[in-house]
Design a protein around this ligand. Structure first.
Ligand code: 7RM
Length: 674
């Protein structure tokens, strides 16, 4: 058993059992088992929107379930067929139905909720706006008219390149109103990334701002746009929001100030009746590898999935103040800041800036100020807050919180527990939601008030969703084993294709296993059927023939009191095929030395087994991450193997890569341990 502990041996200290070595070679081995279970608090369960009956009904008849969920939207004309499966994998949902997403998000609330707050917006410098549904409706109509006046119409693609200002959701909805698919590009992306995306889908217009605010500094959005547009002949107009008042270049005839454009427009705008299968948006995802893919979402199915999952997973009630602290440039912002919450008539919080500006308690100040009741964020943010220390949330009254969510990466059990205790005051259920840009909405998640949670597990498939874990050959691996996550039935908010590349769409997602969607994530189910995500398949390591996932080793490192964050990768090794290289950031008050490194290696070996002991550990100030906070292990592999670094254009913090490479070099000079 090579030190893995007795099969099933229970360790009362960690409340864990040692993993049982399977007889047959597992697709991905699972080393660690988390045993803590948090049942739904009875007070929460008593008022929850979802219940066990919902799950039962959806399991019995998923199509009837989706028909019911879609019926909550306002349709301009009804669909004739729920789902057309005749041209796999090009599914169509709500065939023949027409609707408009902006009408569903705005107009239909005006009768009863005109004065309800749609967004409490807070700028990074501290300026605020309170935007009601009536306000947002007017802003969207004016901009939609303005875009039409520039010749933008049904089917034209519009790039949106903004910081988190109120004009961003307004721009998305204005595009939706006139049937022009939007493509939101993160305000932090470079001119080259913007150019590539505009070129790929041949946008005719760009909505941007003079500058954005980030960490007290300005981001030159208009200048970046100007640079990108030197190589984008398809773009004939830009609309420029005045945010900072900074100086900008100007191209007469092409560029228009947002405020001047909308001031001249009527406050009402006739919406387009869109076919359920008409494109709502394209969102480019680079993931952590490769050339960006233009994920295509359509109107009826996407909006159904967004509204339905938002309602059940976040247990939305009329008086909730809901804060999804993502950026609209990420799919999480599309589905859970804009389309889902607004379709549900919910009050949201929008914050423009960085979490540490001007101080490390900015988020908790916001929670207190607006009485946030539901908070949704990424594990990377949770780990950052852990690093900064619990005194920051503790300094604020956060008793308004009743539900917490996590998205973007597997959440380490240690981070889950910290979130539960220091943010949720021990009383709030946590929904760990697994999904992708491609899936459009949450696929695997607890239902709060219904599902007992386990720290680090996304628990079960959502109502109406069919998932499985399969091995290389596509056979279900059953309970207690690891493999590849697949979705086995189509769902309304599934991506329809990759923009302009049907072939790559089929190849990437549908070619490995007949009839099944391959998500590209490793996962396992425990004996109770709970899903545990193990990271991207590309990141799986092979050490002496054992296929090991990154997350369990990283979680064992984060479990140590000195560690804030960790990333592990496999680098080639003469003896073991691959050896585990770990990159670790320490908590604020800890200084690292050789002794600590030794301790950490031992800690992993004790927690998981000698097979998982990192061969090298590099202590670093930061890890390379995408804008949405996902660790880019591919770059760490490049560093570990002395390779030329791959594409770094989607990195949020490109400057750390050189530092890490230096640290890795000196660590190597000092010699690896065995
Ligand atoms: C929503 C989003 C998708 C990838 C996905 C996973 C990872 C996201 C979780 C997660 C474990 C989670 N869209 N991922 N959520 N892994 N647990 N709760 O992140 O397109 O940007 O990324 O993110 O690897 O495939 S995304």
């Amino acid at each position: 058993m090579s030190g893995r502990g007795e099969p099933g041996g229970y360790d009362p200290r960690t409340q864990r059992t040692g993993a049982v070595m399977p007889d047959r070679k597992q697709t991905i081995e699972s080393l660690e088992i988390e045993h803590r279970v948090f049942p739904p608090p009875p007070e929460f369960a008593a008022q929850a929107t979802a219940d066990a009956d919902l799950l039962r009904r959806a399991a019995e008849d998923p199509e009837a379930y989706w028909a019911e969920e879609a019926a909550r939207l306002d349709w301009m004309s009804p669909w004739e067929q729920l789902v057309d499966r005749s041209n796999h994998p090009f599914y169509k949902w709500f065939v023949g139905g027409t609707l408009n997403a902006s009408v569903n998000c705005l107009d239909r609330h005006l009768a009863e909720r005109a004065d309800k707050v749609a967004f409490h917006w807070e700028g990074e410098p501290g300026d605020t706006q309170t935007i009601t549904y009536a306000d947002l409706h007017e802003r969207v109509c004016r901009l939609a008219n303005g875009l039409r006046s520039l010749g933008v119409g049904r089917g034209d693609r519009v790039a949106i390149y903004l910081g988190m200002v109120p004009e961003l959701p307004a721009a998305m909805l204005a595009c939706a109103r006139i049937g022009a698919p939007h493509t939101v590009v993160f305000g932090g992306f470079s001119p080259d990334s913007l150019r590539d995306r505009i070129q790929d889908c041949e946008c005719t217009a760009v909505i941007t701002a003079d500058e954005g605010w980030r960490n007290g500094k300005t981001v030159p959005l208009k200048a970046n746009t100007d640079e990108a547009l030197t190589e984008c002949p398809s773009v004939t107009s830009t609309v420029v929001v005045r945010r900072t008042g900074g100086d900008v270049g100007w191209v007469e005839g092409r560029d228009h100030w947002y405020d001047e454009l909308v001031a001249a427009q009527p406050a009402e705008c006739e919406p387009e009746a869109m076919d359920a299968e008409d494109m709502l948006y394209i969102l480019y995802t680079s993931g952590t590898t490769g050339k960006p893919k233009g994920i295509v979402h359509t109107t009826g199915g996407y909006l159904t999935g967004a509204a339905s999952t938002h309602r059940y997973v976040f247990d939305i009630k009329d008086d909730d103040v809901y804060w999804c602290a993502a950026d609209c440039g990420w799919v999480t912002g599309h589905t859970y800041i804009v389309y889902g919450p607004l379709a549900n008539g919910c009050t949201g919080v929008l914050y423009e800036g960085a979490p540490g500006f001007p101080a490390e308690d900015r988020w908790w100040e916001i929670v207190e100020r607006y009485g946030v009741s539901i908070l949704y964020m990424a594990p990377t943010a949770i780990r950052t807050f852990m690093k900064w220390g619990p005194e920051h949330p503790a300094a604020h009254d956060m008793s308004s919180l009743r539900l917490l969510g996590s998205v973007g990466e597997p959440i380490n059990p240690e981070a889950w527990m910290w979130y539960h205790e220091h943010i949720g005051g021990g009383r709030c259920p946590i929904v760990d939601t697994w999904w992708q840009t491609e899936t459009g909405c949450i696929m695997i998640s607890p239902l709060p008030g219904v599902t007992p949670t386990k720290p680090g597990s996304a628990t079960f498939a959502m109502p109406g969703i069919s998932a499985d874990i399969v091995d290389e050959a596509g056979n279900s691996v059953g309970l207690g084993a690891g493999g590849y996550l697949v979705l086995t039935e189509p769902w309304p908010s599934m991506l329809r294709t990759l923009y302009g590349d049907d072939e790559r769409f089929v190849e990437t997602y549908w070619s490995q296993y007949e009839g099944k969607y391959l998500a590209g994530d490793g996962a396992r189910r425990d004996d109770d059927g709970y899903y545990w995500f193990l990271g991207r398949i590309d990141d799986v390591m092979n050490v002496s023939g054992h296929r090991l996932s990154t997350i369990e080793i990283e979680s064992a490192l984060v479990d140590h009191e000195a560690v804030a964050e960790a990333a592990v990768v496999g680098r080639s090794d003469e003896t073991t095929g691959q050896a585990i290289a770990a990159f670790v950031t320490l908590k604020g008050d800890v200084t690292g030395d050789e002794e600590l490194i030794g301790t950490l290696r031992k800690h992993v070996a004790t927690r998981i087994g000698p097979i998982a002991r990192p061969k090298s550990i590099v202590l670093t100030d930061d890890l390379p991450k995408t804008r949405s906070g996902k660790i880019m292990r591919r770059l760490l592999r490049d560093i570990s193997e002395h390779r030329q670094l791959g594409d770094v254009t989607t990195l949020a913090n490109a400057e750390v890569v050189a530092d890490i490479a230096d640290m890795a070099e000196s660590a190597r000079a000092a010699g690896d341990e065995d």
